[in-house]
Ligand binder design. Structure first.
Ligand code: NAD
Length: 475
């Protein structure tokens, strides 16, 4: 497999003398050394995005849509190659990587369909004195920053709507996982994307160079996915020039099991909500809030399922749980578990770093977790499930809302009305009822509170890359 490992600027693959290793987290071996960007490369990327903005905005929506459609078809045809690359640089098991690649390609298909449906409005003003015309125009060169946990989908979820809207862009993937983004861009090149529309940089050091770009008048929009901590910092940076900002940040998802839940279905949903991507998902169930009536039955059945999860290298047949992306990330998870055990929790399964190399952490279930335990305040980002027992639906909702995050929540109940009442009470941008996964390119993805602002996917996603303009006139 040839791996693109240079920067991509103005339609050219740009090598650089300064390169950094990209590691395979299953054994810490180096996959390839990737080119990094200094101030000259960042400037070139900005100049390319700025230079192409007018011609790209004027390109017919049908043409933009057809490029995306071709990219969807190429990515789908080459899904195995993509999945292997995702697994190699991220560590997730191949089945998770295949799921991610299919999901990622769907953003290109969805936004190929949205490109030709950017609508406006034309009507008489209520006072009859004028006509109101509302149109939507591309916001302009956008800076896209993505995390390591979904290197394919987080890239296409931003690149897709930006292309559909007629925006040029500079994208900065995570330093841990830049190779998938470069492969996605290579597909867009083959699909016929004109030069300058998409540019990929990997600035090292990152903070000062991204800050300089956000203070450059050529950048008009930031779309960021990553931690709340970095998102907050970038929001401050954007404030200086009032750069338009959409932020997809961290989560601390509650999974609420009501007293009438079907335990078999709940365990199946909980396994997906917790273990998809090895728990390294912003949508991962992070706090299991379980009604006392079913707490024992759920805990036993869930820990049995978690104990049966096979851990091993992502590419090995039979692996269901790969390593975390790095030893550093693994150690953060281990520290949270140790803290929970010190505070009185009991591990029904897992709970310790295994012997041997690689950034592995086993599937872990903790019971006896108090409602004020430290672990509940943190995004675990690993395969660890703390269970807290509650005595009423109201207590469950109050505990679910006891966090600064509000991305997604899960509710399990056999009574839809009761589940909907709980769903309405929980402060999160998305709620899954009796399902462990609801992400869909056709639905609005995003959070409340400190999980971010703006939405990706659905009908809303393209509007993160469009300005609304009102033109008033008399006939
Ligand atoms: P991170 O915030 O550490 O990094 C995200 C990106 O920001 C990376 O590309 C990183 O290199 C870059 N970055 C870091 N410091 C920066 C700075 N000072 N200036 C500019 N860029 C900087 O997050 P991560 O560890 O890569 O990803 C995990 C986090 O992402 C979790 O909190 C997870 O919940 C969140 N996430 C959210 C969503 C969502 O849609 N809400 C999706 C996936 C991941």
């Amino acid at each position: 497999m040839t791996i693109a490992a240079d920067l991509y600027i103005d339609g050219e693959w740009v090598p650089s003398a300064n390169r950094v290793p990209v590691y395979d987290p299953s054994d810490n071996s180096v996959i390839v050394e990737v080119a990094t960007a200094g101030p000259a490369e960042c400037e070139a990327a900005l100049a390319a995005a700025d230079g192409a903005k007018e011609s790209w905005a004027a390109t017919p929506p049908r043409v933009r849509g057809e490029i995306l459609r071709r990219a969807f078809e190429i990515m789908t045809a080459e899904a195995d190659r993509f999945a292997e690359l995702v697994t190699r640089e991220n560590g997730k098991v191949l089945s998770d990587a295949r799921g991610e690649v299919a999901y990622a390609a769907e953003f290109f298909r969805w936004f190929s369909e949205e490109a030709v449906r950017i609508s406006g409005d034309f009507r008489m003003a209520p006072g009859g004195d004028k006509r109101i015309l509302v149109t939507h125009q591309p916001v302009g060169p956008s800076l896209l920053i993505t995390p390591w946990n979904y290197p394919a989908a987080m890239a296409t979820r931003k690149i897709g709507p930006a292309i559909a809207a007629g925006c040029t862009m500079v994208i900065k993937p995570a330093t841990e996982t830049p190779l998938t983004t470069l492969a996605v861009v290579e597909v867009l090149e083959r699909a016929g994307l004109p030069k300058g529309v998409v540019n990929v940089i990997l600035p090292v050091p990152v903070g000062s160079q991204i800050s300089a770009m956000l203070h450059d008048p050529r950048i008009t929009n930031l779309s960021f996915t990553g931690s709340t901590e970095v998102g907050r910092h970038l929001a401050h940076e954007c404030a200086d020039r009032i750069v338009r900002t959409s932020l997809e940040l961290g989560g601390n998802a509650p999974l609420v099991v009501l007293s009438d839940a079907d335990i078999e279905k709940t365990v199946a949903g909980a396994m997906v909500a917790k273990m998809r991507n090895g728990g390294s998902a912003c949508t991962a169930a992070n706090r299991f809030i379980v009604a006392r009536e079913v707490a024992d039955e759920f805990s036993k059945a869930f820990s049995k399922a978690m104990a049966a999860v096979a851990m091993g290298p992502g590419l090995a047949a039979g692996s269901q749980l790969g390593p975390l992306v790095s030893v550093k990330e693994r150690d953060k998870v281990a520290e949270l578990v140790t803290m929970a055990l010190d505070e009185g929790a009991v591990a029904l399964t897992g709970g310790a770093v295994p012997d041997g190399g690689g950034a592995y952490y086993p599937a872990t279930v903790l019971t006896g977790v108090a409602s004020d335990a430290t672990i509940l305040d943190h995004e675990i980002f690993g395969p660890v499930a703390p269970i807290v027992v509650v005595d009423s639906d109201e207590e469950a909702v109050a505990l679910a809302n006891k966090t600064e995050y509000g991305l997604i929540s899960y509710v399990f109940s056999e009574n839809l009305g009761r589940a909907l009442k709980v769903a309405e009470g929980i402060e999160s941008g998305m709620v899954a009822i009796n399902r462990g996964v609801i992400s869909d390119p056709a639905a609005p993805f995003g959070g409340m509170k400190q999980s971010g602002m703006g939405r990706e996917g659905g009908f809303d996603g393209i509007h993160e890359f469009l300005e609304t303009k009102y033109i008033g006139f008399e006939l």
